[in-house]
Design a protein. Structure first.
Length: 100
């Protein structure tokens, strides 16, 4: 029983500063740790996820802190040439260019 308690229930320290039990730590490091590495959907670089973005719309989109900033860059729309933020390009294409 003592070994079980030590292996499964002893607090572990994440480099981000969070202290959790082993089972919770595995989930934390793969899903919510700000130090976990992700591939940015806008630039393709491997970056730290960071904290949640300040913008509620970006949180609803599931963007990381980096993606919120990186996705704020603009690029011309392939269809109309308008300058659109990368994180809003998919919405622009549906709202403006999708035919019924």
């Amino acid at each position: 029983m003592e070994k079980h308690m030590k292996v499964f229930h002893e607090p572990l320290h994440c480099p981000c500063g969070v202290v959790l039990e082993k089972e919770e730590m595995v989930q934390h490091q793969s899903l919510t740790c700000p130090l976990r590495l992700i591939v940015c959907r806008f630039c393709g670089d491997m970056v730290q996820a960071g904290t949640e973005p300040l913008d509620a719309r970006d949180r609803l989109r599931g963007l990381s802190e980096h993606e919120s900033i990186c996705g704020s860059r603009t690029a011309p729309c392939d269809s109309c040439g308008r300058s659109i933020m990368l994180k809003e390009m998919d919405i622009h294409v549906i709202a403006v260019h999708q035919k019924n």
